[in-house]
Ligand binder design. Structure first.
Ligand code: ARG
Length: 575
C-alpha cells in the first residue's frame, strides 16, 4: 500500500531526526489539493503541540531526511506551518499497479493484527413488519462488517431482534380471540400487526381487555406452555419474513440472538448491580444516576421497573456482558437510529462502572432519518410507515424501466436478474451516500438516474469495462502475463493514482464508520474512467499501449465491482 509505505518512511525519518517526538502518531492522507502533491502529512503540528518543538522546523528536517531516498517520491516538500507534501514517482505507481494487477484484494494488505469486532445491526422487532427505517441500520451495518472483514478483522454480526417485551401480552390476547389463519398464511407480519393494532385500540377503552392482555403477558413470563408456543410461533413466522428480506438484500448474520436469549440472566444481573451499589431504589424502581455527567445528569437509567420487570437497558447490559465473555471482542459496534443516543450513552456508562476492567471499545454508530420530499418523515400517501418489502418491490419495478430503455433485446430471465441488481442497488447506494448522521430525502428519480452519483451510474460504468473486454479479440490470460501497465497520458496517471488510493479510503471509512467516503471514492473513479476513455483510445491503440490500457481498465472494473460489493451492492456484466 503506497500510502503506508510513505507513512512508514515518514515515521522512521522522524525517529531519526527528532527521536524525542513520537513518530507513530504521524499519518499520511491524500493531499487535498492535487496541484500541491499526491499525499500529505498534516499531523506534525499535533505532535509538536503535545510533545513540544517547532512544527515548521520538524517538517523541514523530516522532509530533508526523507528526500535522501528517491525510490518512492519525486518530490517531498515541507510547506506552511508544518505540512509535508509528497508527489509519487510514476514508476513507483506503475510497479504498485503491476504487482497487484487483476487482484480482487485491490491493493489492500490484510491487517497484520486482526481484532475481533462485534457488529449489532438491523435488529428489527418481532411481530412487526420491517419498515423503511430498518434499511439504514441493515445497510450501514452490513457495509461496515464487510469492510472490516475485507481488511482482515474477525467480525461477528449479531442481529439483536426484539423478541421480548410487553407488546406480547396484547399480541397473545389478540391471537387467542381474533386470529385470521388465512391472513396469517398470506402475510404473517401483516396479520400480527393487525392484531396488535386492534388490541391496542380495544385496550384503550376496555379495561377487561387490558387485564386480559396483562394476564397473558404474565403467563408468558412465567413460562405458560400455550403462551410460549404462540410466542415462539410469532418469532418463527417473523424470522421467515425477515430472512426473505435479508436474502433480497444479500445480508447474512453470524448470530441472531434476540432479546429473549438473555431472559435468564436479567434477575441476577439486577441484583448484582444493586448489591454493588451502582443503582438506587426510587419508588420501587431501580435507577442508575450519573451525577457527574453534564449530559446524563437529569437522565437516570431505569434497569428495573417498579413492577419488577426488566427493560431494554437491562437486556442490553446482559447482552454486552455475554458478547464480551463469549467473543472477547476489542470493539462492539451498535448501528441504530440517532434517537437511541441517550440509551447507548447510559448503557456504556453503566457497563464501565460495572466492569471497569473490560477494555472493550463501545461504539454507537447512529444515523439520521429518511424524509419524504415534503420534508416530513417518509410515509405512504395515507400516512402509514412504508414497509421494507413494498419499497424493494417498487425499486425493482422502477429499475425495470432502465433495463428496457438500455437493453430491450435481453432475455426475460436476464432482465429480471438485472432489474433486481439495479433496483436494490439504487436504494442501498442512496442510503449510504449521505453522511450517515444527516437526514436525507428519499427520491426515486434521483436514486435511479443513470447520470449523477447513483448505483445505476456506477453499475453502468462497470458494464462498460466489461463491454470493452467483450470486444477484445485476444486471450486475456496471455494479455495479463505478457504485458505491464505503463502510464504516459495525464488521464492514465490520474486514474492510476486514484486506483491505488483504495486502501486509504477504506481506512477513512473505518475510522468513523462512514461508508459515504467509499461512495465518493467510487463516483470519482467512474468520472476519471470516463475522462480516460475520452482521451485515450483503447482497442484502437498500438500494441503495447493497447495492452497497458486494457489492463488499466480491467483493474478499474475490478475496483468498481469490489467497492460496490463492500457497500453490499452487486454488479452485472450487461445492463
Ligand atoms: N430492536 C431495536 C429497535 O428496533 C434495535 C436494537 C439495537 N440493538 C441493541 N443492542 N439495542 O429499535
Amino acid at each position: 500500500m503506497l500510502f503506508k509505505r510513505i507513512e512508514e518512511s515518514l515515521r522512521n525519518a522522524l525517529e531519526e531526526v527528532h527521536p524525542e517526538l513520537k513518530g507513530s502518531e504521524l499519518l499520511v492522507r491524500k493531499c487535498p489539493v492535487v496541484k500541491f502533491g499526491d499525499y500529505q502529512c498534516n499531523s506534525i503540528m499535533a505532535v509538536t503541540k503535545r510533545r513540544g518543538g517547532d512544527a515548521r522546523r520538524v517538517a523541514s528536517d523530516v522532509a530533508e531526511r526523507m528526500s535522501k531516498d528517491k525510490s518512492l517520491c519525486e518530490s517531498i516538500e515541507a510547506v506552511g506551518p508544518g505540512f509535508i507534501n509528497f508527489r509519487i514517482r510514476i514508476d513507483a505507481l506503475e510497479s504498485c499497479l503491476n504487482q497487484n494487477r487483476s487482484s480482487s484484494q485491490c491493493f489492500v494488505e490484510r491487517e497484520p493484527e486482526p481484532r475481533t469486532i462485534v457488529v449489532d445491526f438491523s435488529s428489527p422487532n418481532v411481530a412487526k413488519p420491517m419498515h423503511v427505517g430498518h434499511i439504514r441500520s441493515t445497510n450501514l451495518g452490513n457495509c461496515i462488517a464487510r469492510i472490516l472483514r475485507f481488511i482482515g478483522h474477525r467480525v461477528v454480526t449479531d442481529n439483536h431482534i426484539g423478541d421480548w417485551g410487553t407488546q406480547f401480552g396484547k399480541l397473545i390476547a389478540g391471537w387467542k380471540t381474533d386470529l385470521n389463519e388465512a391472513a396469517l398464511d398470506r402475510d404473517a407480519l401483516g396479520e400480527m400487526e393487525r392484531l396488535y393494532r386492534k388490541m391496542n385500540q380495544v385496550c384503550e377503552s376496555d379495561r377487561d381487555a387490558l387485564d386480559r392482555a396483562r394476564s397473558e403477558l404474565l403467563k408468558l413470563q412465567k413460562g405458560d406452555e400455550a403462551n410460549r408456543e404462540i410466542w415462539q410461533r410469532m418469532i418463527d413466522l417473523s424470522r421467515l419474513q425477515f430472512d426473505e428480506l435479508y436474502s433480497r438484500l444479500d445480508v447474512r448474520f453470524d448470530e441472531t440472538l434476540g432479546e429473549s436469549f438473555y431472559n435468564d440472566r436479567l434477575n441476577s444481573l439486577v441484583q448484582e448491580i444493586e448489591a454493588e451499589g451502582l443503582a438506587e431504589r426510587s419508588q420501587g424502581a431501580l435507577l442508575v444516576f450519573f451525577p457527574d455527567d453534564a449530559e446524563l445528569k437529569n437522565h437516570p437509567a431505569i434497569i428495573q421497573k417498579s413492577d419488577g420487570a426488566a427493560n431494554y437497558a437491562t437486556t442490553d447490559l446482559a447482552t454486552l456482558e455475554y458478547r464480551s465473555k463469549r467473543w472477547q471482542p476489542s470493539e462492539i459496534i451498535y448501528v441504530t437510529d440517532g434517537r437511541q443516543q441517550l440509551h447507548f450513552k447510559q448503557l456504556f456508562r453503566i457497563y464501565r462502572r460495572w466492569k471497569p476492567n473490560d477494555k472493550v471499545r463501545l461504539n454507537h454508530t447512529w444515523f439520521g432519518s429518511i424524509m419524504g420530499k415534503d420534508g416530513k418523515p417518509f410515509k405512504t400517501r395515507s400516512g402509514d410507515v412504508i414497509k421494507l418489502a413494498d419499497l424493494l418491490d417498487e425499486a425493482e419495478q422502477r429499475a425495470r424501466k432502465i433495463v428496457e430503455e438500455k437493453n430491450a433485446a435481453l432475455e426475460e430471465e436476464q432482465k429480471k436478474a438485472i432489474t433486481k441488481i439495479v433496483g436494490i442497488g439504487a436504494i442501498k447506494y442512496a442510503d449510504l451516500l449521505p453522511n450517515r448522521q444527516s437526514d436525507y430525502v428519499f427520491d426515486w428519480d434521483s436514486m435511479l438516474s443513470l447520470k449523477g452519483n447513483t448505483a445505476p451510474y456506477l453499475q453502468y460504468a462497470y458494464t462498460r469495462t466489461r463491454g470493452i473486454f467483450r470486444k477484445f479479440d485476444g486471450d486475456i490470460e496471455v494479455l495479463r502475463q505478457e504485458n505491464e501497465i505503463r502510464l504516459a497520458e495525464p488521464e492514465e496517471v490520474g486514474l492510476a493514482k486514484h486506483l491505488v488510493n483504495f486502501p486509504l479510503v477504506l481506512q477513512l471509512v473505518i475510522e468513523e464508520y462512514r461508508p459515504n467516503y467509499l461512495c465518493a471514492y467510487l463516483y470519482e473513479l467512474a468520472g476519471l474512467l470516463a475522462r480516460f476513455y475520452e482521451n485515450c483510445p483503447i482497442l484502437k491503440a498500438e500494441a503495447p499501449v493497447r495492452a497497458s490500457r486494457l489492463l488499466l481498465v480491467e483493474q478499474a472494473g475490478t475496483m468498481i465491482r469490489e467497492g460496490l460489493g463492500l457497500l453490499g451492492i452487486q454488479v452485472t456484466d450487461v445492463m
